[in-house]
Design a protein around this ligand. Structure first.
Ligand SMILES: NC(=O)c1ccc[n+]([C@@H]2O[C@H](COP(=O)([O-])OP(=O)(O)OC[C@H]3O[C@@H](n4cnc5c(N)ncnc54)[C@H](O)[C@@H]3O)[C@@H](O)[C@H]2O)c1
Length: 259
């Protein structure tokens, strides 16, 4: 526990009721951190906060609503402020780019990108004042590999990585680090429909060099490290956690004699 040095740290997690969010909350709490679970759906995060104890609490917070984020930040600041912010809330809506509506495009950006900035500003202000803090944004390999028929999802994740790099540049001199974690294929409520058919699941597993779909805990372990002082000289990075999936492109190209 002491190697990560997260004991007693106040860790705010957006989307804390989701698959990865819950694993993040459990992972930080297991390290002795005091976790604040933010989600627009408190039915998913509230019971977990009760279960975790150790000063954990849940707040309703809609990342697409700046007033809601500010209210949550004011509450956390009143309790001493945040040491760590992990942005994990996101939405995924289908849509090909020839037909995606502006409403769907904007709704996704409002949470996945603007919401991440709004939270960074609201919770980062105290970090900047205190001269210390860490931001971890959950992006996706879809930010570097276009994910078809998913509207603004890939664009939102690519922009999140660049926003995080800019935060690292602008806030580094004031003691705040910013990094991204880009998952590959993870089994969570967001992706559950993709694993309902065992044949599809097997095909997905076969695509991954490590031959398995990630668990939310695989993501949480890396986020814990990035948030900790052990990553104290890491900033502006995008750590890909995909079991090697983003390395397979050239292996898909037919190449006689090189089977
Ligand atoms: N599951 C995967 O395979 C996968 C792959 C790559 C990246 N990711 C990313 O990981 C992160 C977590 O995804 P997940 O799979 O745990 O998803 P999830 O759907 O299980 O959880 C997302 C959570 O965010 C909350 N949320 C949605 N909109 C919100 C808003 N406006 N305000 C506050 N909370 C809101 C939801 O209520 C939900 O609890 C996301 O950023 C996602 O894009 C997931």
């Amino acid at each position: 526990m002491s190697w990560l040095g997260l004991e007693g740290k106040r860790v705010v997690i957006t989307g804390a009721g989701g698959g990865i969010g819950q694993a993040l909350a459990r992972g930080f709490a297991a390290q002795g951190a005091r976790v604040v679970l933010l989600d627009r759906d408190i039915d998913r995060s509230g019971p977990l906060a009760d279960e975790l104890g150790g000063g954990a609490f849940a707040l309703i917070c809609d990342l697409a609503d700046a007033a809601s984020v500010t209210a949550a930040a004011d509450r956390v600041e009143a309790e001493g402020g945040a040491d760590v912010l992990v942005n994990s809330a996101a939405i995924l809506r289908p849509g090909a780019l020839d037909t995606v509506s502006t409403a769907d495009w904007s709704a996704m950006l409002a949470v996945n990108l603007t919401g991440y900035l709004t939270a960074a500003q609201a919770f980062g202000r105290g970090m900047l004042d205190r001269g210390k803090g860490a931001l971890v944004h959950v992006a996706s390999i879809a930010g570097t590999q276009p994910q078809p028929a998913s509207g603004a999802y890939s664009a939102s994740k690519a922009a999140t990585v660049m926003m995080s790099r800019q935060l690292a540049y602008e806030w580094g001199p004031r003691g705040v680090r910013s990094n991204c974690l880009s998952p590959g294929l993870v089994m969570t409520p967001m992706s559950a429909a993709f694993y309902a058919d065992p044949e599809v699941k097997a095909k997905r597993e076969a695509m991954v060099p490590l031959r398995r779909i990630a668990s939310p805990e695989d993501m949480a372990d890396v986020a814990l490290f990035l948030a900790s002082d052990r990553a104290g000289y890491v900033s502006g990075q995008d750590v890909v956690v995909d079991g090697g999936l983003s390395q397979v492109l050239m292996g898909q190209v037919p190449r006689p004699g090189y089977a």
